[in-house]
Write a protein that binds this ligand. Structure first.
Ligand code: OX2
Length: 833
């Protein structure tokens, strides 16, 4: 071997400080093309990322080879969203070379924090659903499960949120502008995806009726691969994202008739498919481009999955024992029809067999019961965009309804509900029903949500298929959400119980007894305080507001949505503001209300609530009468990177959705794991958090899901009466409606007041207000006793181990996917730690 190549080879693998430093310098010069004097922070980030990437590639290829050689059963996680965030700290930390890297940079006179800060935040998702997908990737790799993520490589991720005069304004998020050092373009991994055209019927070789999809437009899907580093670096899985490329099969007719430019233009437009992430969280837009995105990435992924399968097999009967396909919500549900098309039309598999194979391969996760989020595409559009799929959906439906008819015994209403087609109004394809029918397992994301699925949206399907619905309560990765985000607490924990918790979070229960240890409590408080200082500095930088580190950091960070009830939190803030002004002699517990979260650009009510929070903040933060005992801040542009600073610093975690409407929540888990006490309703995973941390260590308030359902069934309630009987609520609402917070436009908030009164207060803000205030008072009272507060905070951290996404992913692996870990054979200690 060439000697020079050999030294590079060694350098490439070396994980010590000198080796890292040498490789940084080499990368800077030979790949980034700068010398150390001219290099910017961004150049250094690229340099470091590329050097780290070098150290992944061998392990990555080993992993892929291992799966291939063992012909392991793979899991394919199909998701329109992966909310990844930054990857540098994640890679360094999972490889165990964080300190070495810091020192190597130090020797070059560089600050590691600045290098880390130069990485853009990959926001290829909206919120919980996309972040869950990213946590699952981490957990699959950590547990050596052969898991692949499949999605879209959006050129523009979730918009950047800025505030202009307190209003949310959206800016494009150009995360790829300076290149992405983590991805490997695969120009040779290219699949055609078709749209439009028509279906032709013909007779196959044995004289049976068959169909072909002709005259369609074609787009190409090109793969970009990102390595997914598991903890310890033993297993490195793949996230494969598709980018749209125009085909080059020009119609030569166009050249002759002078329409060349038009033809090219058309081709260029086809690349819009992977241009931008739709910015709606748990609501659908019903746009054709969105439907095409869904089919685009699903079709490319299935073609890729079948290609991989066919390398080893020629009998599709084996597919379910070699591939599990998980549908992250209904976004990839068209995959059911696509799999049928690929099997029946392209591989000549008989319908019944194809259906059994499809169902045994697919599983579907439902993430919400909100009616506005249940996808239903107009039949006319599906027919036009995917004519063959529409036929296939009709065929699936006909066979299913035929079978069910016998059991339904003339109950036509029931058959209408089971149908894949909603016949009311303009006919629509119900993607949830398609996903349910085409899957062998269907799961909810918390115990309560799964029960409600059985009772509500999927009640009829649950009767038809009583074994199909199963619960898989969400989880979060402890690597990113404790080890990386909260070094202060991580180090404290490791100093007492070792570092086994990083891959086995249940070990945190050993901390339970430490809750009674004064010294440990003191250290726990010190770690929290350090994190609060870091957040206070961040708040000052982002908003200019100075907050007291000793105040309660009362945190509500999540998408802005009426059902999440940021408005309830804000009304409490106004009530508290009034009380503080009325009673200046009382020694108030200082409170900092911290909000963050984006609103969908077309969700006017959500944007108005953001403006209201900013308006109230302006008044309260400048009022000398409250003596700085109350501050309100709205942090702009909430994303994974911001969450990593916020979660570790919170004292109080706001999880206050109208019961029955938040499927699970995962921010609730991140906050409690980092030692925040939850104030929340019995909704989503809050119910299970209470079971784990103990009802003494959580503030529960409000109507239960059952009470909410009964209230609605009984015709609702009268919010005006509730308001009239609660002076503090009435006063807060009066102030908002008379323009105390918006003197320049006193009527600005009438839509909000309208919704709370004549609108019927759909989300029960007024109904839960009094009990919420009671719970807030209890929290403030407890905060006066730091020892007792800390004891409860420790018990939260100690008992949150069950909420690791390792546990969640294991449940999926065993009960839905039937996949097993594929571990590396011992490499004689040469590999990563
Ligand atoms: C979210 C749900 O709203 C949230 O409760 C859940 O924790 C998260 O998914 C992960 O399961 N879009 N986002 C969600 O649902 C949909 C649809």
């Amino acid at each position: 071997m060439d000697a020079r190549y050999k030294t590079r080879e060694i350098e490439r693998r070396s994980l010590d400080v000198d080796g890292l430093k040498r490789s940084f310098l080499e990368w800077l010069v030979y790949s980034v093309g700068k010398d150390a004097r001219a290099a910017t922070r961004r150049d250094w980030f690229h340099t470091v990322a590329l050097s780290v990437r070098d150290r992944l590639v061998d392990r990555w290829m080993d992993t892929t080879r291992r799966y291939y050689q063992e012909d392991a059963k793979r899991v394919y996680y199909l998701s329109l969203e992966f909310l990844i965030g930054r990857l540098l700290t994640n890679s360094l930390s999972n490889l165990g070379i964080m300190e070495e890297c810091r020192q190597a940079l130090d020797r070059l006179g560089l600050s590691m924090d600045e290098v880390i800060d130069a990485e853009p935040d990959a926001a290829l998702g909206n919120g919980g659903l996309g972040r869950l997908a990213a946590c699952f990737l981490d957990s699959m790799a950590t547990q050596a499960l052969p898991g692949y993520g499949y999605g879209i490589r959006y050129e523009f991720g979730l918009f950047e949120q800025r505030f202009e005069h307190g209003w949310q304004v959206e800016y494009p998020e150009q995360w790829l502008q300076f290149g992405n050092p983590w991805e490997f373009p695969r120009p040779e991994v290219l699949y055609p995806v078709q749209f439009y055209g028509r279906v032709e019927e013909f007779r196959d070789s044995v004289g049976e009726k068959a169909y072909r999809w002709v005259d369609a437009e074609r787009v190409l899907a090109m793969a970009y691969d990102t390595p997914v580093v598991g903890y310890s670096g033993e297993t490195i899985n793949t996230l494969r994202l598709w980018s749209a490329r125009a085909t080059r099969d020009f119609n030569f007719g166009h050249f002759n008739d002078g329409a060349y430019m038009k033809a090219v233009e058309q081709k260029v437009l086809s690349e819009n498919l992977s241009r931008v992430l739709y910015p709606n969280d748990a609501t659908e837009t019903g746009k054709e481009l969105r439907f095409k995105q869904e089919y685009f990435f699903t079709s490319a992924s299935l073609q890729d999955i079948l290609r991989r399968f066919l390398q080893h097999h020629n009998n599709f009967d084996d597919l379910p024992s070699k591939a599990a396909i998980q549908l992250n919500d209904t976004h990839p549900a068209i995959g059911i029809a696509e799999m049928m098309r690929l099997l029946v039309d392209q591989h000549a598999v008989r319908w019944d067999r194809a259906w059994d194979i499809t169902r045994a391969t697919f599983a579907y996760t439902n993430h919400t019961l909100l009616p506005e989020a249940l996808e239903a595409w107009p039949v006319r559009m599906v027919e036009r965009v995917l004519p063959r799929h529409m036929q296939i959906i009709y065929e699936i439906n006909a066979r299913f309804l035929n079978r069910s008819k016998a059991r339904a015994a003339g109950d036509n209403a029931r058959l209408a509900r089971l149908s894949l087609i909603d016949e009311r109004g303009d006919r629509r394809v119900r993607m949830g029903n398609l996903a349910f029918l085409g899957s062998h397992k269907v799961n909810g994301v918390s115990a309560l949500h799964t029960d409600l699925m059985k009772q509500t949206v999927f009640a009829d399907f649950h009767q038809e298929f009583p074994d199909r619905i199963t619960n898989k309560t969400n989880g979060i990765t402890p690597r990113r959400w404790l080890k990386q985000a909260n070094p202060a607490l991580s180090e404290l924990i490791t100093s007492r119980i070792g570092d086994g918790w990083i891959h086995d979070l249940g070990q945190l229960t050993s901390l339970v007894e430490k809750a009674d240890d004064v010294v440990f409590r003191e250290e726990f408080r010190r770690a929290k305080r350090k994190n609060k200082k870091r957040l206070a500095a961040y708040i000052a930088r982002q908003t200019g507001v100075e907050v007291q580190v000793d105040s309660i950091f009362d945190v509500q960070v999540k998408r802005m949505h009426e059902y999440k009830r940021q408005l309830l939190n804000l009304l409490h803030a106004v009530a508290l503001y009034n009380e503080m002004r009325d009673n200046p002699m009382v020694s108030w517990v200082p409170v900092t209300k911290i909000f963050a979260g984006k609103a969908a650009p077309s969700y006017h009510m959500a944007k108005l609530i953001i403006k209201l929070i900013n308006d109230v903040a302006k008044v309260v933060n400048h009022d000398p009468a409250v003596h700085d005992n109350l501050k309100i801040v709205y942090l702009p542009n909430y994303n994974v990177t911001a969450a990593e600073i916020i979660m570790p610093a919170a004292d109080l975690s706001e999880q206050i959705s109208t019961a029955g409407l938040e499927a699970s929540g995962t921010g609730n888990m991140k906050l409690a794991l980092n030692g925040a006490l939850t104030i929340g309703t019995l909704d989503g995973a809050n119910v299970e958090i209470r079971e784990h941390v103990g009802s003494d260590n959580i503030f529960i308030f409000g109507l239960t899901a059952e009470e909410v359902a009964d209230l609605k069934a009984g015709g609702g309630f009268n919010p005006r009466e509730v308001i009239a009987s609660n002076p503090s609520l009435k006063r807060a609402l009066d102030m908002i409606s008379t323009g105390v917070f918006s003197p320049e436009d006193p009527n600005r908030y009438h839509p909000i007041l309208q919704a709370l009164t004549d609108g019927g207060d759909h989300f029960l803000v007024t109904a839960d207000f009094a009990d919420y205030c009671r719970a807030q008072e209890a929290a403030m009272e407890l905060y006066r006793d730091p020892e007792e507060w800390t004891r409860k905070a420790i018990l939260n951290t100690a008992n949150m181990g069950w909420f690791s996404s390792d546990r969640t992913v294991n449940e999926y692996a065993q009960e839905i996917w039937e996949v097993k870990p594929v571990r590396a054979v011992d490499d004689g200690g040469e590999g990563f730690r």
